[in-house]
Design a protein around this ligand. Structure first.
Ligand code: FES
Length: 181
């Protein structure tokens, strides 16, 4: 087993439950990796090894799943992971401008984490909210739609203050639908 990370008895019970939902153990790799990431904050090679040994599935397979999904963190990340969508619709609506604004604001490059460990910045593929471009997701959870530099400033301020951003409704902003209501 990995020396650095362990699953305790309760973890093993939960993992067994997850596995029992699928006809084959291999189909449960993704939910078990999610479980591991929730517990350890990432799925680095040591965590991958632990999952591999716990599920009796080759490490190469676990590694393949982890590297396929940007939502699974191959190495430890900051407290808040900002996933800026730079796929087609978001790109066309200024996704890269938002990404570069965040790079300058946080003083890091895409893929890096701030020195205080508060923020990691990633460029990601389509998050399924193309109509609300440009957008970003905070640590695999809340979406922030129709990004502007002002919204980003507010978001960073809120996160630093320990406030969780609200999931934004999909209501179009006034400047997009031309309505005052
Ligand atoms: S292109 Fe950004 S959410 Fe789809």
């Amino acid at each position: 087993m990995s020396d650095t990370y362990i699953f305790d008895a309760n973890d093993l019970k939960e993992i067994k439950k997850l596995i029992s939902k699928y006809p084959e153990v291999q189909a449960a790799v993704l939910p078990v990796l999610w479980y591991a990431q929730d517990k350890f904050g990432h799925t680095d090679p040591d965590v991958q090894k632990l999952v591999s040994q716990t599920m009796d599935i080759p490490e190469a397979h676990i590694h393949g799943v982890v590297t396929f999904y940007t939502q699974l963190y191959e190495k430890p990340k900051g407290k808040h992971v900002l996933d800026v969508c730079t796929c087609l619709s978001c790109h066309a609506c200024g996704g890269y401008d938002m990404l570069h604004y965040l790079e300058n604001k946080l003083g890091i490059k895409t893929g890096e984490t701030t020195e205080d460990g508060l923020f990691s910045l990633q460029s990601v593929e389509c998050l399924g909210a193309c109509g609300y471009a440009p957008m970003l997701q905070v640590t695999n959870d809340k979406f922030v739609n129709h990004l502007t530099t002002e919204k980003i400033d507010q978001l960073i301020e809120d996160l630093k203050a320990g406030k969780s951003p609200e999931f934004e409704s999909n209501k179009m902003p006034q400047h997009v639908n031309g309505s005052e209501n």
